[in-house]
Every structure is written in structure tokens, then in C-alpha cells.
Ligand binder design. Structure first.
Ligand code: M6R
Length: 606
């Protein structure tokens, strides 16, 4: 979950590391540090609790020039948030940064008699001391030996005191990407840190050790030390995509980018008005031959799966199971070779999702991932991948990634209905024609943001909020509640509206905000009965319906309408409304919208 950057080359390394860390801060933001070779080829270390700004200030006081160094932003796993626990860690001749978890660090501490030596409580420092003990002047050999000792996951960047100008890197599961550019050699946990210098990169292969010098980046096979030629990839994002571009927060920018992201994801895959995955090399047989679907994901991506279930099951008439990835692994899931596992992840690095996907594959499922980050682990390791084209999502709260994941899922649903003979070509084209109306509907909701802003003055007075809906509206509510709680810290829960009176309604009292979503014609009157029940108990009702819905005005304290798209597509404009409500609630409470407390963008630890 931590952010990693390394640089060696002709430019001033401190500046590159600090700028890189600012761009990577969304990966972790409790502390940060850098280590670099100074002009006397001595390694200097600066670590600071807090955000990268604090580290920049501390580094500003250091005059030393540098051309090679490593930097890290931390999301604490082992040990509290202190300067000693911040990376880099130094152990004898070794200085390193680490992303991941070393599971056997207790055993290694004993085996190498490290208890007296350790200055921090981290597993990473243990790895540094073990590496120092193994180092006899050959970095490749020492790193190879280290990997044999470690259990767990890691992405390491390492400086050896007697190898100025060189950085060594190795990884297992935790992501690392590297590039050689005219400005020198770079390595990072995340593509966004490379973007100011290059759009070309390679994913550090597992089972390899990478050496960066000012003139080259070379990957070596971990066993034979033969030179490897990893596949060079090109990202189509540019720096603008990773900047706020005039918006006060990344989240607001990303909410506004959604119509464009939808077009980028959907339009290149339309052929004669039908979804077509030939360019993604996803064969129709994958959709024709499965007898059940398992959706595996975490957080917002899992909520996209919940919507997919509500769409796919009635349309395709096959079971669609949605499982939280961290639970999937321990549930002995019913999977066989006729199962299609759809694995959803913005980052493509969420470790629970990755592990669950590996299990599904071991059990015989075919795996299709829906991923935003090109070349990420889940994308590479799934049998088929459908990339969403949302561009980099920097705010910790996921917004545009969610709606493009949904777009991909609706496309899959439509293609499956076609190849399974449920839809004729005309019916599939009609479905998709109507689907495209969601893009202007999302644009229309962005025009209404003042309405969402107005709602929050009441919302932020309350410690709790409830989201209610039935059917598909319930699936949307789950995401609305997650968005609100993660960035406004208001305790928010989503309930199937009909379930309230089985317990939860006890929590509804005078002025408690209830966000009621009622966009489904078939169950509209039932949903309104549930609204009536909470209103009767004094709730402050924020009601979201389609324009023209027959609403009894006395039930809603605030009534927000979405354009009249077909009921199975209402999630798109509703998502925009709920994201804006959460955004303005966070702004209204003066909180850190883009980097909420305790969270990190990409969850690469279990
Ligand atoms: O990168 P992923 O899509 O796999 O991430 C999954 C979740 O960690 C993520 O959606 C998380 O729930 C977001 N913070 C929600 O806004």
C-alpha cells in the first residue's frame, strides 16, 4: 500500500524523489522518507512523520547534492506512525524501502539474532538486516539469497553503501514498474510517478532482480542472473491526467471526468451498435459456455458487482454470486470449469482480489478481469482482461473507476445475452442504444451539483445517515453509503428498504437523514411506502427519483431528480448524485477529501 520511487541519473535526485512522493501520496500518507547518495557517496537519510510536505520541509534544510536515491510514503502495517518506523531503513551497508508484508519476520529476527539491533518495529527493517548479513559484495547474489529467506509479499528498492549510483529492486506480488529515460533510470510502485518523465515502462518481472544505473535499467533472472528483456508497455495517460487541472480536489475532478471515461471505455468496443470484445481478445465462447458467474472484488468494485448481479441474473437466467474477495478465499466456494469468474479491480493490485482470483483459477474457473491500470498484476494474471479507460484515479474514494466498471459489466451482460440467444441482434442493439443515454444523463447530474451541495448542510449535522432502496436501488445505496462514510466520517449504512422494519427502523428518529433511492418503476410504490415509514418517525428524507415519478411531495424534505433513463440504467446518474453528496459533505466538514484518514488507494496487504 506504500508508495515507492527510486531514481538514478543526471538530474537532482532529491527533487525527483520528493515530487514523485507527492504524486504517490495516495498510496499511504502517515509518514515518508528518502535516502540518497550525497556528493561524497555517503548515504543520507531523512524521515518524517506526516505528509510529504513535512518531508519536503525537512529536506529543504539539506544542501547536499544527489543523483541517486530512493523514497517511500508509508501506510503503517507493523508498528505505529513514528520516524523510526518510517522508511527507508538502514542496516549496516544496506538501505531499503519496502512495500508488502514479511510474514516470517519473527523467525528471521531470532535466526539472525537481530533483537538488539532493531531500531524500529517493522518487518522491513528485519529484511534489511538479513540482507546486510547475506551481503558479501555481490548485490545480485545477496538479493537472491534474501528472496529465499522471505515469506510474504514485497517490493524492495535497495541501496548498498559501496555501490553509489546503483539501485537494486526485487518484488513478489507487490507492484513495481521501471523505465529508462533520457533523464535517467526510474522505478516506482505506480505508473503515475513515472509519467513526468516517460510513458514507456516495464513491469518488474517476479523472479527477477533489477539493477538501475544512470545509464541503464537491467532485469536479471533471479536464479541464473541471465539478462531478461521484459515487455515494454506504453501508457496512454499523460501528466494532465494526474493533475488537478483547476479542480480543488482530485475527487471532484474525477467525478467530472466520468462522461469522458464512459465514452473511452464503451465507444471503442461498439461495432454496429453492439458490444464487441474482439480487440480485447475475449472470445464469445467464454460467455456462451459458462453456467454460472462469480464476481470477486473489494469495496467499490464489489458494489459494481452487486449491480451486475441485479442486471445479469434476471437477464441471463444463470446464478450470479458476488463475493467480497477477502471472504471468498475462506468460503470453499462452489466453482467448477463452467464458472466464469469476473474479477473487478481499479488498481489491479488489491491483494485479496488477486489471491481470490488465483483460487478461482485453481478450482477450474475461467477468469476475466475488469481493470483500470494497464499491466497491473490482476490484469496480467487473469486469463482475459477488459481494461477500463478511466485514466489515473488519484483520490482514495473511487468514483470514475466505479462507473466505468459498471459500463464494462453492462456491456458484458448485453454481449452474453446476445451470444446465448436471449437477445436478437436488434434487441441487443436496442438495449445498448438506450444504455448510451446514460452519458448525457451523467452530464445533466453534473450540472445539478448545487442541489447536492445544498443537501449537505443538514447531513453534516448528523453523526449517522441511512441509505435505503429496493432491488437495484439497494445495490446503488451500498456504494452511496461507502462513499459518504469513507470521506465524511459520517456513520452511514445502506439497507434494503423493506428490511427496515425488521430492526433498523428503531434507529430512525427526529431529523436523522435518510437518503431514499426510488428509481425502479416496478417497485416504486413499495419503495415509497418505506419512505412513508421513516418519514412518520421524523426522518429528514432526501429522495432521489427519476424526473416525472409520481412523488408525494410531503414525503421528501429534499427531492433530487435524475433524467428519465430506463430503470436498469439509473445507477449512472444516481452514482454521480451520491458521489457529489459525499464530496460536499467532506468539504463541508473541512476534511481531507482526497486522502481520508486510515485509508490508502491501493490495498496490497491482506
Ligand atoms: O483497486 P481496487 O478496485 O481493487 O480497490 C478496491 C477497494 O479498495 C476500493 O474500491 C475502495 O473501497 C475505495 N476506497 C472505495 O472508494
Amino acid at each position: 500500500m506504500c508508495g515507492i520511487i527510486g531514481y538514478t541519473g543526471p538530474l537532482e535526485a532529491k527533487r525527483i524523489l520528493l515530487e514523485g512522493l507527492s504524486g504517490l501520496e495516495y498510496r499511504g500518507y502517515d509518514s515518508a522518507g528518502i535516502a540518497f547518495f550525497d556528493t561524497d557517496s555517503q548515504i543520507r537519510l531523512v524521515r518524517q512523520v506526516g505528509k510529504v510536505e513535512a518531508l519536503k520541509e525537512a529536506c529543504g534544510r539539506i544542501a547536499a547534492d544527489s543523483h541517486c536515491g530512493i523514497g517511500h510514503t508509508r501506510w503503517a502495517t507493523h508498528g505505529g506512525v513514528t520516524a523510526e518506523n518510517a522508511h527507508p531503513h538502514q542496516a549496516g551497508r544496506v538501505t531499503l524501502i519496502h512495500n508488502g508484508i514479511i510474514e516470517n519476520y519473527h523467525q528471521l529476527t531470532e535466526e539472525y539474532h537481530l533483537a538488539e539491533k532493531l531500531c524500529s518495529q517493522t518487518d522491513s527493517e528485519v529484511a534489511a538486516w538479513v540482507l546486510d548479513a547475506l551481503y558479501e559484495g555481490d548485490p545480485l547474489d545477496a538479493v537472491r539469497q534474501l528472496t529465499k529467506k522471505l515469506e510474504g509479499t514485497y517490493g524492495f528498492c535497495i541501496l548498498f553503501a559501496d555501490r553509489p549510483g546503483e539501485i537494486y529492486a526485487v518484488r513478489r506480488i507487490s507492484p513495481l514498474v521501471a523505465s529508462y529515460t533520457h533523464s535517467g533510470a526510474l522505478i516506482a510502485s505506480d505508473l503515475t510517478a513515472l509519467l513526468p518523465y516517460t510513458q514507456k515502462y516495464f513491469v518488474v518481472p517476479e523472479q527477477s532482480i533489477v539493477r538501475l544505473t544512470p545509464y541503464k535499467v537491467q532485469a536479471y533472472d533471479q536464479e541464473t542472473f541471465e539478462k531478461l528483456q521484459p515487455e515494454i508497455m506504453r501508457v496512454n495517460w499523460n501528466m494532465d491526467a494526474a493533475m488537478k487541472n483547476g479542480f480543488p480536489h482530485f475527487m471532484l475532478k474525477e467525478i467530472h471526468e466520468q462522461p469522458e471515461a464512459m465514452k473511452n471505455t464503451v465507444l471503442p468496443r461498439l461495432s454496429k451498435g453492439l458490444p464487441d470484445f474482439s480487440d480485447d481478445r475475449i472470445p464469445d465462447a467464454l460467455f456462451a459456455e459458462c453456467s454460472q458467474i462469480h464476481v470477486i472484488a473489494c469495496g467499490t468494485a464489489m458494489h459494481a458487482g452487486m449491480v451486475a448481479k441485479s442486471i445479469m441474473e434476471p437477464l441471463l437466467r444463470i446464478p450470479v454470486t458476488v463475493t467480497i474477495a477477502s471472504e471468498f478465499r475462506y468460503q470453499q466456494p462452489l466453482i467448477d470449469s463452467s464458472t466464469l469468474a469476473i474479477v473487478i479491480s481499479q488498481s489491479g493490485e488489491t491483494i485479496d482480489t488477486l489471491a481470490a482470483m488465483e483460487l478461482a483459477e485453481d478450482l477450474g474457473a475461467k477468469t476475466l478481469s475488469i481493470v483500470n491500470v494497464k499491466g497491473s498484476t490482476i490484469a496480467r494474471e487473469s486469463q482475459y482482461v477488459l481494461y477500463t479507460h478511466a485514466g489515473p484515479e488519484i483520490a482514495v474514494a473511487s468514483t470514475k473507476a466505479y462507473t466505468v466498471q459498471l459500463a464494462a459489466l453492462y456491456m458484458i451482460a448485453c454481449r452474453m445475452a446476445l451470444v446465448r440467444g436471449i437477445y436478437s441482434r436488434e434487441e441487443a442493439a436496442a438495449f445498448f442504444g438506450e444504455f448510451l443515454d446514460v452519458i448525457p444523463a451523467m452530464e445533466a447530474m453534473l450540472q445539478k451539483q448545487e442541489e447536492m451541495k445544498a443537501v449537505v448542510s443538514h447531513l453534516i449535522q448528523s453523526p449517522d445517515a441511512f441509505f435505503i432502496g429496493r432491488g437495484l436501488d439497494y445495490a446503488f445505496s451500498l456504494e452511496g453509503a461507502l462513499k459518504l462514510k469513507e470521506i465524511s466520517y459520517i456513520h452511514a449504512e445502506a439497507y434494503a428498504a423493506g428490511e427496515l422494519k425488521h430492526g433498523t427502523i428503531a434507529l430512525i428518529s427526529e431529523n436523522v437523514p435518510v437518503i431514499a433511492i426510488a428509481t425502479q418503476d416496478r417497485i416504486f410504490s413499495k419503495a415509497m411506502s418505506n419512505v412513508r415509514e421513516v418519514k412518520a418517525r421524523g426522518a429528514f428524507v432526501i429522495l432521489l427519483t427519476r424526473e416525472g415519478a409520481p412523488v408525494d411531495k410531503s414525503l421528501a424534505d429534499v427531492h433530487i431528480t435524475i433524467p428519465p433513463v430506463r430503470d436498469i440504467f439509473t445507477v449512472f446518474p444516481i452514482a454521480v448524485a451520491l458521489q457529489l453528496i459525499a464530496y460536499y459533505a467532506s468539504v463541508g466538514k473541512n476534511l481531507d477529501v482526497d486522502q481520508p484518514r486510515n485509508l490508502a488507494k491501493s490495498v496490497t496487504v491482506e
